[in-house]
Design a protein around this ligand. Sequence first.
Ligand code: CO
Length: 467
Amino acid sequence: MKKKVQITETVLRDANQSLMATRLPYSDYADILSTMDKAGYYSVECWGGATFDSCLRYLGEDPWERLRNIRKNMPNTRLQMLLRGQNLLGYKHYHDDVVEKFVELSIKNGIDVIRIFDALNDFRNIKTALEATKKYANKRTVASGCISYTQSPVHTVAKYVEMCKELKNMGFDTICLKDMAGTMSPNEAEGLIKGIKDAIGEMPIILHTHCTTGMAYMTLTKAIESGVDVIDTATSCFSNGTSQAATETMFYALQQYGIDTGLNEEVINKVNDYFKPIKQKYIDSGLISPKSMATDSQALVYKVPGGMLSNMIANLKDMNAMDKFDEALLEIPNVRKDLGYPPLVTPLSQMVGNQAVTNVLMGERYKQISKEVKNYFKGEYGIAPGEVSKELETKILGEGGKPTDCRAEDSKRTGEEFKKAKEALGDLCRSEEDMMSYICFPDQAEKFFKDRLAKEENIATYTITEA
Ligand code: CO
């Protein structure tokens, strides 16, 4: 067994996102950051994912200012973000110049580790973000290539090993396996990590999983036995359920094996003590629901992630068609096969689920095809992992129709998006960071900038009156 395994703490990003819809404001954790800085984590995941959108949309916070504040209070710890490749933090493909500027500003404002993924594992979609990371890298910068993990007949160990080789050749510094649905079993982890380690040697491998189905601790233990280098965990009061495995628990178990995590026990316990009343506050307010804290093994039975299942039930209830539930559930694997086995992660999980429901309700398969499924076949999301249904492809693209090259659109470097943002915002835009917030989330950003101005004017009026 390895002598050293490092820990990424996720409480500020994924645990926050998984348990409480990313509504944790900076003010709740500002006071613990300097303590967290002494914990000895490999990194603290604190930005990207849904945090950016949530700052602007719900919390009235400038996401860039949040990042700078974390940086200031945690000068010694690697700060980590999650980036959806060419989609940045949203769902559309941005132009290359936008992706490059976003990465440049992320590093400039304090990010060290950029974990870059694409929902379909189409690595054309993460290449620009990687190149930008390398271009603007400082001594601490780490470009982490991330694979969306799923199970299907085309997702074999050999296929994952190929993906890892490709990420290594592209120039990534580390590789992360991202099991967003928490469906990776201990047995699968063992086969995968051993296979990957044999193929790519010394390059660090990271495992990111969730406790959703109850397997995470077993899976992490097997992964560590098999040679994984870094695991993602959350401080224990923000662990389990749909979140990550508990930091202190893994620390305790690994210590008995003589595995050095580099963590300071006293500090990680202090971190947990700090977050306990914060968690209680959000349980009391209803933001953290008992459902998100429980183990849900349905994903193992139905081979469908928990979130996708509850989404489908809600849709069927809306249409008064819960009697079609079993039929719709059986239709999901068929639709997924026709689409060439995409990983069931946003936005593909919704796409597959909705089409399965439509097929069942219409009483005929693909009598009605959603806009999203059509765009998927047109190639707008990237290349499907496996063969798509030729029949359905012809139905959507016409005889001999071929998917478009998604790079043709997003490879642009015209400066057009920057110009549009500056024109729309005028004086409201005070920095490149403001401009980027607007490009990513125009409505939310503009509202935030207006509120910011109004707040300042109020303060100015108040100060004059006082004087
Ligand atoms: Co996650």
